[in-house]
Ligand binder design. Sequence first.
Ligand SMILES: [Zn+2]
Length: 292
Amino acid sequence: MNFRKTAPVSLVCISLLASMISISCTQVSAPADKIGVVVSILPLVEFAESVGGDKVAVSVMVPPGAEPHSYEPKPSQMTALAKARLYAKVGSGIEFEIGYIDKLADINKAMLVIDSSKGIDLIKSEDPDDPGMDPHIWTSPKNAMIMVGNICDGLIQIDPSNKAYYETNRDTYIQKLTRLDEDIRKGLDPAKNRSFIIYHPAFGYFARDYNLTQIGIEQEGKEPTAAYVTRVIKEAKEKNSRVIFVSPQFSQKSAEVIAQEIGGTVLPVDNLAKNYISNMETIKDAMIKAMK
Ligand SMILES: [Zn+2]
């Protein structure tokens, strides 16, 4: 009679011990009953979790506070990829992926690597000194819808038995993105001054989709020269811009210089936050305020 009572307790102990071991050994490996999904940057965590629901365990390569233009994965992250079944790369030419994606894929040849940018119309980098494409596709909710669709296709490819589940989740999340897109459009519609200044120009796709002009301060990913800062100040005055946006991952020095010169303020916007939709709502409100 007592057996029934004690058995579950010891089972709990064993599973607790197992989960403690798996936490201490790796950062990325998923519990046995979940599909291990790895993404490069935090916004894609919300995309993958929204579609994958309780079937997936999602990990990120570029951790909070780091930025994907210069981040190098830790050896522990590379080995931990061994158990993942799906890698969703941004795919738009972000430096972190250019340098490492082949090595990451080599570690785990069974892992499916999908390109979440498939079907997105890439635009040229805002930086006049950069000949490449602008990698920051995720800052536009319209692009996010395409990325979510690509992640969903990847999950169905490795786990076809749950196709209907993933598709329902995808559609629910895309509905939220559609509402976000409409909120941004309506919110920015009356704005007369349609340009904004930003230290790290990560909102090129956002600017394209909502008919705005992004003025970046950074040059080739570095602090700009004094001559360039002077040029931005002139442009800001011409366009009557009073707000300079900065991402928390970057220096605020030149942004503060420019803000002082134009009698404006520095406002934080984070293009790499994990809570994508709520973060984009915050960014929308800040943009509406700045462009009144
Ligand atoms: Zn960036």
